[in-house]
Each structure stands twice: as C-alpha cells, then as structure tokens.
Design a protein around this ligand. Structure first.
Ligand code: DGI
Ligand code: FE
Ligand code: FE
Length: 191
C-alpha cells in the first residue's frame, strides 16, 4: 500500500492532533529504519497505522479483546493499552494489511514485549520521540535513539514506568517484562 492511500485511510479514524502525531511518527520511523537498516516501507506503514484504533470506544475494544481471544489480563489494566492490540486486529480486518511484522509493531507499540523485533523497537521509539512530543526526558531519548536503539528503548521504558508510578497507576506486566528484558541485554553488553 502506498503512503498516500494509507494516510487517507487513517485520517478518517483520527482527530487532527492525532493525525499530526501520526505524521511525526511516520517521519521518525522512516529515519530510524534507514539508520538501523530496517525495512523502510514496513516502518512507514506500521507508523501510519499504529494509532488506528485510538478513538474506538472502550466497549468496542473490550468486545474485540474478548471475542478475538487477546490476552484477557489487558482488561484489568488501563484502557489506554487496548488500542494497540485492537489496532493490529482492525488494521488487518478493516484495512487488509496482512504483513505480520507490521501488525506486530502495531500490537506492541504501547507495552512493548520481551525480544522485540527491530521494527517493533523503531515504532515504539518513534511514537515516543516524534517531533510533536514534549514531555520531561524526551530530548535525551531523541539523542539516544540516533546512537543506540536499545539504550533509547530502555530510557523510554524507565520514563514511562516512572511516570505511571508517580501517578499511582498500575503497570501492565508486559511493560515491566520489556524493561527487564532490555535491562538484562544492556548488562550483558557492558559486562
Ligand atoms: O497512543 P499514544 O498516546 O501515541 O502512545 P501510547 O500508545 O504509548 O500510549 C500511551 C498511554 O498508555 C499513556 O497514557 C500511558 C499508557 N500506558 C503505557 N504503558 C502502560 C500504560 N498504562 C498503564 N496503566 N500501564 C502501562 O504499563
Ligand atoms: Fe498508541
Ligand atoms: Fe502514538
């Protein structure tokens, strides 16, 4: 699918600000894909569709999580997490994208997961650092992202977990599992 077609489809699903965010994620994902030797076209499409389900109702997302036998523990955590796996499902069934690499990058863009693929990491980081983002620590991750992708991922996860803990929010186990996975890998490299 061509960029223009994909953008036209996703635009119908998003509010203006979220569409602008999506364009930022797309540009950033393409840049990182070139830098790290990932498939640029897959990075582009995964980025364009990563927040496809962002404005679906909680009721619809909950129904899909149950009916499609997605991990049911999602329902015990913030609905903010749901648009990622539900998005992967809807991008496959409504848009017709069948590429598993792209679907996985959409599925894991919010929580991450242990053993993330290069494409998954790129979409996760691009979502975090795209130019319209402004939160504490984002500039540090922007720099790291161009130097060492795993260190950038680790810092982003650290910040996210810290942010959620400060708000006394429950933290989804996969978010911790991703943090632990990268923490161990970074230790191996440095020891
Ligand atoms: O969809 P975006 O806003 O572009 O970004 P995103 O898909 O990374 O979603 C971020 C939201 O998800 C933000 O409100 C924090 C929340 N979130 C991420 N990880 C966790 C989480 N919420 C809980 N409760 N637990 C998590 O582990
Ligand atoms: Fe998202
Ligand atoms: Fe996003």
């Amino acid at each position: 699918m061509k960029r223009e077609e994909a953008l036209a489809i996703v635009r119908t699903q998003l509010k203006e600000q979220r569409y602008i965010h999506t364009l930022g994620v797309m540009e950033t994902a393409i840049e990182l894909a070139k830098l790290y030797g990932a498939d640029v076209q897959k990075a582009e499409l995964a980025a364009i569709f990563h927040d496809y389900a962002k404005f679906r109702t909680k009721e619809e997302m909950k129904r899909i999580i149950i009916e499609q036998h997605m991990p049911q523990d999602l329902l015990a955590y913030s609905p903010e997490l749901w648009h990622a796996p539900v998005g992967a499902y809807l991008v496959q069934t409504e848009v017709g994208i069948q590429d598993e690499d792209i679907l996985q990058a959409i599925r894991y863009h919010t929580s991450g997961r242990p053993n993330m693929t290069l494409l998954e990491k790129i979409v996760y980081i691009a979502d975090y650092i795209e130019p319209n983002r402004s939160f504490p620590g984002v500039d540090e991750v922007r720099v790291l992202a161009r130097e060492h992708l795993d260190r950038a991922l680790f810092r982003a996860l650290q910040n996210t977990i810290q942010f959620l803990m400060d708000k006394r929010e429950p933290i989804y186990p996969d978010t911790f599992h991703t943090y632990n996975d990268i923490a161990k890998k970074l230790k191996e490299v440095s020891s």
